[in-house]
Ligand binder design. Structure first.
Ligand SMILES: N[C@@H](CCC(=O)N[C@@H](CS)C(=O)NCC(=O)O)C(=O)O
Length: 227
């Protein structure tokens, strides 16, 4: 049985949960917060990066979410093919996953950081949200009138991007009518059973007011700020 060590609201963990859910592969999730010192020791045993998610399946131990998704796809569950279509469509889906992990994710992280830690009066001077807006503009064009990012079918691109838009919505920087293609795409994703089934528990509760803290308690190496 696949076991995931992860933090429910971590976008990489959520991406993996979505992939498993869509592929129809059962798994067991274990909440492990890298912010906790004891958990870090556990994580470091499995992951040279000390990050979540970690996936174990018998002797298989994986510590990068994109490689985990390749593994999940290779298992060939009864559900959707995470890399549908021809070589070009599959490359496009991988590209978008990479864009989400390396560009859109960090841009959104800055926007969320601003909301959580920068006083409202100073926000207009802060350009952090522009990065996230720029990413949305880029994605809006990439999507165009397609149903899904790679074409006609759900793919790893959706697994990667949906958690980013879910987090954005949660923190008040969700997609707006400025980007009608993305609005339509995200609404359709949220209607899929996998979205509700993998939504972090805290997200199904009313939005908490962003914590008023002065900053990070420790150096942060990942995408999600510690909550
Ligand atoms: N390459 C990794 C990166 C995962 C990552 O950045 N995870 C974050 C949480 S979203 C993490 O564990 N950060 C470590 C920390 O908080 O100290 C992957 O895609 O699996």
């Amino acid at each position: 049985m696949i076991r995931i060590l992860g933090k429910p609201e971590c976008p990489h963990c959520w991406k993996l949960r979505l992939a498993l859910s869509e592929a129809g592969i059962p798994h067991h999730s274990l909440a492990v917060d890298p912010a906790d010192e004891q958990n870090r020791e556990t994580l470091n045993r499995y992951s040279p990066q000390g990050t979540v998610p970690v996936l174990t399946d018998g002797e298989v131990v994986l510590w990068d979410s994109s490689i985990m998704i390749e593994y999940v796809a290779d298992l060939g569950g009864p559900g959707v093919d995470l890399f549908p279509g021809n070589a070009a469509a599959r490359a496009r889906a991988r590209n978008i996953q990479h864009y989400s992990d390396t560009i859109a994710g960090p841009a959104l992280q800055s926007a969320i950081y601003k909301i959580r830690h920068v006083p409202k009066s100073e926000r207009r001077k802060d350009k952090a949200a522009d990065g996230w807006l720029g990413c949305q503009a880029h994605l809006e064009k990439l999507l165009g009138d397609r149903t899904f990012f790679a074409g006609d079918a759900f793919s790893v691109a959706e697994c990667a991007l949906a958690p980013r838009f879910g987090l954005a919505e949660r923190y008040g920087v969700g997609v707006t009518t400025k980007f009608p293609n993305l609005v339509r795409w995200f609404a359709a994703l949220k209607a899929r059973p996998s979205y509700g089934a993998t939504l972090p528990d805290v997200f199904s509760r009313p939005t908490a007011k962003p914590a008023k803290t002065s900053g990070e308690k420790r150096p942060f190496r990942g995408i999600m700020p510690p909550t």
